[in-house]
Design a protein around this ligand. Structure first.
Ligand code: NOJ
Length: 752
């Protein structure tokens, strides 16, 4: 092994020597030689840079204050002046082939070293073709589709001059008050890891063409645990929680090769994450071997002053860089204070070089030194965006993201000749369909629910009225109109929930509930005696308790992007048989938040329901959520039986084979997400009562039975201690298999 490393280093030196010799003949510096290894080019370029130019590479400026608060002078003129002085290494929020090319030209042609810029943008769930919000996409349990969605988003963004997206968000959360729950992976670390990795693969591919872009794992770390679900708020959790619940998705995304990562806004153990040597250097770089670069969240370096961790901007710069953080997004402090800090010996040149190195590396890797304009291509931009093929994928993804939560008396799917009353303010307002991370999605081109239904059924079969107002209230006249519309129909489709404008950054809600006016509307509609189907649109799991018993069916539609209406119509009429399962619990009431399936037993678990005993429970509501993690119905029915395991006693080296029979007992073909959970019953650190450790999405024809097999190994049976070491401990386990985290079959086994 040692020998190989020496040889490799030696051959690199040889190559570098040869390259230097060749270059000196033609007078080309190594960094400009496309044939030289990237490592040598970076080294050469670094050796030629002043500290001011290095600080420039660590400075990221926003083109527009689209996605954060404004700071200093942001005029175009000032930006170009700074750019010419080599003071900017990257822009966010400058979009489009023409504009990016224009700025790139300044960087390449009018700076001393001609280092190209990186252009970044929040391409969260699509660029021009907008896919379901990430939380909805995750409910499809279709990793291939998630990867494909990300690759289409990347292809479109790359054609518009972008090199880099601030996605995927890998934050685990169980708080629907937090507006950013829409952007993530849900509440489970195992599934969150798989889908985060799939998204990274989709965005990045091999980073060797103009169809992929750099991914950015965010928000590192534990941003999903903000108290009260309030944006930018405090996080205070243990290291055991950190390692077992929150870190796995970031780690999986690192392992999938993500090029970049974003420091979050919050603190961990009282230290802002941008200044956390533990998170950035000890864990990310040393333990996980992350070789890419970090960018702070917007202004996060400077915000260390507000947190009370840094005395001033200079102190904040020192603390961020010495913790191992790198690029400064919009604090505008590294550019001003780093040179001074280096001169004073408070930040070493080695630290600065370590920060600049990976940024330059990825600029070389993307081929920007050879062709700085390769991503800014107006022709491709015209051709690649919002194509029929991309829109078709968005529809597939949307169909597969809608969760059927309830379907009494099999009201759904409706017959295609049914007369429907579509009631709901948002159903016919494009402006409310897309969320706060709409990319460059064009609201005018969104298919809203009304359009989707009329596309499917024809306008003569669809009556429409608002039923409630934008603010969630209703009025006598709106209710009257709703009743009239409903009286003319066979079935009532009521589109309730909240606007897409309330999904995303800074959209925390203390009461993630169905607004009062909508509840009133449903109560009024009940008087018709006609079946009511609730089509709920929201970027979070709203509390449905108030309407749950008032309606026959509930389709949870989230925010589905460009093809919203067509997707919902597909499901309503049964052209698509729902196959999604929720990746977040639906709380029973606000006071229950956070509620999640992978909770821990207390010393007094709530096993004796209703005996008034001294157990851990609420006196006014159940402990359980209204709908549990993993839950989702189909238009057909599935039966699970004959759970069997290969052995009741296994050693640490053995594999445990787990088999179950799943049958489609209904009359329609359907897909089912078969889920496997474990419980490590006694451990040196307590373990959740259920942890997802496997799933399979299978297609079963009506009447068909399939045997589904899972394999458990030491990997699935281990957990992390507080230092991030894995532990595999002997003892009693349970394995569960079922259709969701609540309805399962179970078997016991022992690990010796
Ligand atoms: C702040 C958000 O927290 C982050 O997710 C986003 O990428 C940046 N702004 C840039 O827009």
């Amino acid at each position: 092994m040692k020998k190989t490393i020496c040889l490799t280093a030696f051959s690199l030196l040889m190559i570098a020597g040869k390259v230097e010799a060749q270059n000196s003949k033609v007078g080309l510096p190594i960094y400009k030689n496309p044939k030289a290894p990237i490592e040598e080019r970076v080294k050469d370029l670094l050796s030629k840079m002043t500290i001011e130019e290095k600080a420039g590479q660590l400075n990221q400026i926003s083109g527009r204050f689209l996605t954060g608060p404004s700071t200093e002078d942001s005029s175009e003129k000032k930006k170009v002046q700074d750019l010419k002085k080599g003071k900017i290494g990257s822009f966010l929020n400058i979009i489009g082939a023409k504009k990016t090319e224009e700025m790139q030209k300044v960087a390449v042609e009018q700076t001393r070293l001609g280092i190209p810029l990186l252009f970044a943008f929040d391409v969260i769930h699509g660029f021009k073709t907008i896919f379901p919000i990430p939380l909805a996409e995750a409910c499809s349990w279709d990793l291939k589709q998630a990867e494909k969605n990300a690759s289409i988003a990347a292809r479109e963004a790359a054609a518009a001059g972008l090199h880099w997206t601030f996605a995927p968000m890998c934050d685990i959360t169980n708080d629907p008050r937090w507006g950013r729950i829409m952007e993530g992976v849900g509440e489970d670390p195992y599934y969150g890891s798989l889908i985060s990795a799939a998204r990274v693969r989709g965005f990045q591919g091999n980073l060797n063409d103009t169809a992929h872009i750099l991914a950015c794992i965010k928000h590192y770390a534990v941003y999903g645990a903000v108290e009260e679900g309030r944006e930018y708020n405090l996080v205070d959790i243990s290291r055991v929680m950190l390692w077992n619940k929150y870190l796995p998705p970031y780690k999986a995304a690192v392992d999938a090769g993500a090029a970049t990562l974003m420091n979050s806004f919050n603190v961990f153990e009282g230290v802002p994450t941008s200044g956390s040597k533990y998170l950035v250097t000890d864990v990310l770089k040393n333990k996980w071997g992350f070789k890419g670069f970090l960018v702070s969240d917007w202004g996060a370096f400077g915000e260390m002053i507000n947190h009370g961790y840094a005395a001033d901007k200079k102190d904040a710069t020192q603390k961020a860089l010495n913790a191992g953080s790198m690029m400064d997004m919009e604090s505008r402090i590294v550019i001003n204070f780093l040179p001074e800090l280096v001169k004073e010996g408070r930040v070493s040149m080695a630290t600065v070089d370590a920060a600049v190195w990976p940024i330059l590396y990825y600029k070389f890797k993307l081929g920007l030194f050879e062709n700085p304009y390769k991503f800014s291509n107006e022709e491709r931009e015209k051709k690649e965006l919002f194509t029929d093929a991309n829109i078709a994928e968005a529809r597939k993804a949307g169909d597969a993201s809608i969760v059927l939560l309830k379907n009494d008396n099999v009201v759904l799917p409706i017959r295609k000749n049914s007369k429907v009353a579509l009631i709901g303010y948002y159903a016919n307002k494009n402006a409310d369909v897309l969320d706060r991370w709409p990319g460059q999605g064009d609201t005018a081109k969104v298919v809203n629910l009304y359009n989707g239904l009329t596309n499917k059924l024809g306008s003569s079969l669809v009556g429409f009225t608002d039923g409630y107002k934008d603010d969630g209230t209703t009025s006598d006249s709106l209710l009257q109109q709703a009743l009239e519309t409903a009286n003319n129909a066979d079935v009532i489709l009521v589109n309730i929930g909240i606007s897409g404008k309330l999904a995303g950054e800074c959209q925390s809600l203390a009461n993630p509930i169905i607004p009062d006016g909508q509840v009133q509307l449903i109560k009024a509609l009940q008087k018709t005696g006609k079946p009511i189907v609730a089509l709920v649109s929201a970027g979070r799991p709203l509390i449905l308790t108030q309407i749950n018993d008032l309606v026959s069916s509930i389709l949870y539609c989230w925010h589905l992007g460009t093809e919203t209406g067509n997707c919902i119509a597909d499901v309503v009429v049964g052209d698509y048989n729902p196959s999604a399962k929720t990746v977040v619990s639906f709380p029973y009431s606000v006071g229950q938040i956070p509620v999640y399936y992978n909770h821990f037993n207390t010393g007094r678990p709530n096993t004796n329901h209703g005996d008034g005993g001294f157990t851990s429970r609420f006196r006014d509501i159940p402990n359980e959520p209204l709908y549990p993690f993993g839950f989702g119905l189909s238009y057909t029915t599935f039966k699970y039986d004959s759970l069997r395991i290969s052995n009741q006693n296994i050693t640490k080296k053995d594999k445990l084979h787990v088999k179950v029979n799943v049958s489609n007992t209904g009359k329609m073909d359907g897909e089912e997400v078969v889920q496997l959970y474990i419980w490590d019953k006694t451990a040196s650190i307590i373990r959740p009562v259920k942890e997802l450790k496997g799933f399979k999405k299978i297609l079963l024809k009506a009447g068909e039975t399939k045997e589904v097999e899972f394999t458990l190994t030491d990997k699935e049976l281990s957990f992390y201690d507080a230092d991030g070491n894995t532990r595999l401990e002997a003892g009693a386990f349970k394995v569960f298999v079922g259709a969701n985290s609540r309805d399962v079959l179970e078997k016991d086994f022992t690990l010796q």
